[in-house]
Design a protein around this ligand. Structure first.
Ligand code: SAH
Ligand code: SF4
Length: 424
């Protein structure tokens, strides 16, 4: 409960997090949303509401299972709770979901949802179906304070950290939308939860035929500037009695918040992706302004020190391909040199730049991307080119920006024009 009840939340400034008042509207009906809470937190909430320690322990176990393994939101359907207990819970608690403002489907099957929190903040999530997996791209913040010059999210004014409930809520909603909750009554299948690490080598989707197999923290926001909430949310997602996603199927992407990287390895333990994007100080300072605080060499050293990295679990370097900016043969050779210098178990993901309204950058030509990829590959490092997905619905990497924000800009423009007209 601690994070949901705290009046302050750490909102990142351009460089370091600063605490500002939490902008969460309490529910009008006074009930508590259990979504995103861990088992001990649910137990705490039940005790606060008046259950004794023993009852709270038992009920919290049952609730955890109903919430995260079964995806149930209605206390009345929780058949192993006595009827009066279901009513008692429904008076005090809810199991929430983010509100869906808009859902879109791309011609390539990618889906995007615009979601709204209880206090009216908008954020997006994207589902990317592939031949052998289905990846949910999850947001960690409303907007992002880091202002990378090539990223649409970085141009947003509004920023607040998403709560664990809002982060886990995205996964729950995706499961709802894909119809992927176990059916039937509380039988052995429901109780015998998967071992969270078991599905690591599953050749096709998950063994139980689910489409949502992977999660990437690559939506809106910088996850390591919302560390506690992202950690708590992912712990719930990985819990074997709940959603039971393996940590090997979860990837956290950071623009290079060095001081939080070791903690991410120890306390979350998921795969790491690092948004490198350039190999010289000059270019990375422009593309990823955080580079002025945490430089390339320091970042690569932090990667070399990342305890969870190994040949089996390589660090992914993301490299957005921008025409005449970072895509020369020399850049590719320097990238190889740097990765070798730090002896990193690494692969490079080449992401053709995804354009958005108002950007001056252009995507590298396909020939340039191929040439760059070959040089890195010949240097002994895997360097696949990521096919852009969902560009037609602005769902591709770096294109996310909430509609309310776009509207407010349009609104501002209209107001400015009205003002001009009144003056003129
Ligand atoms: N803030 C984190 C995670 C979210 S961004 C980070 O920066 O790593 C997910 C990925 O999309 C990052 O690698 C980011 O650099 C990349 N990206 C941002 N804008 C992009 C664009 N316009 N085209 C292609 N990739 C982009
Ligand atoms: Fe933020 Fe990542 Fe976009 Fe940079 S690339 S502005 S860190 S979301």
């Amino acid at each position: 409960m601690q994070s949901a009840a705290s009046p302050l939340m750490p909102i990142p400034g351009p460089i370091d997090p600063v605490p500002v008042p939490r902008a969460v509207t309490p529910r009008e009906d006074g009930r508590i949303d259990l979504m995103g809470l861990s088992r001990p937190q649910i137990k705490g909430a039940l005790e606060e509401a008046g259950l004794d320690v023993k009852a709270a322990k038992l009920r919290s176990k049952q609730l955890f299972h109903w919430l995260y393994h079964r995806g149930e939101t209605d206390f009345e359907a929780m058949t192993d709770l006595a009827k009066p207990m279901r009513g008692w819970m429904a008076e005090r608690f809810v199991v929430g979901r983010p509100q869906v403002v808009e859902a879109q489907v791309s011609t390539d099957g990618t889906r995007k949802w615009l979601l709204r929190s209880d206090d009216g903040q908008d954020y997006e999530m994207v589902f990317i179906p592939d031949a052998d997996r289905g990846t949910l791209c999850v947001s960690s913040q409303v907007g992002c304070t880091l202002n990378c010059s090539f990223c649409h999210t970085g141009t947003m004014r509004l920023v607040r950290n998403l709560t664990p409930g809002e982060i886990v809520g995205q996964v729950m909603l995706a499961r709802d939308a894909l119809g992927e909750w176990p059916k039937g009554n509380m039988g052995s299948a429901a109780i015998g939860a998967n071992d969270a690490d078991e599905d690591e080598d599953a050749p096709q989707y998950s063994p139980d035929g689910r489409m949502l197999t992977n999660i990437v923290m690559m939506g809106m926001g910088e996850p390591l500037y919302n560390f506690e909430h992202v950690r708590d949310a992912l712990k719930v997602v990985m819990d074997g009695d709940g959603l039971a996603l393996s940590r090997r199927r979860i990837t956290l992407s950071t623009s290079g918040v060095i001081p939080m990287m070791a903690r991410a390895s120890e306390e979350i333990g998921v795969n790491l992706a690092v948004s490198l994007h350039a190999v010289t100080k000059e270019v990375r300072d422009e593309l990823v302004p955080l580079n002025r605080k945490y430089g390339i060499e320091e970042l690569l050293q932090a990667c070399a020190d990342y305890p969870k990295a190994s040949n089996a679990r390589r660090i992914t370097f993301e490299y957005v391909m921008i025409r005449d900016k970072n895509d020369s043969d020399e850049d590719a050779r320097e990238l190889v040199r740097l990765i070798r210098k730090y002896k990193l178990p690494a692969k490079v993901n080449l992401i053709p730049f995804n354009p958005w309204p108002g950007t001056d950058y252009e995507c590298s030509t396909p020939e340039r991307v191929r040439a760059f990829s070959s040089i890195v590959f010949e240097g002994g490092i895997s360097a696949p080119v990521r096919t852009p997905r969902g560009r037609d619905i602005m769902a591709a990497c770096g294109q996310l920006k909430s509609a309310s924000e776009k509207k407010s800009k349009a609104e501002m423009k209209r107001l400015a024009e009205e003002k001009q007209a009144a003056l003129g």
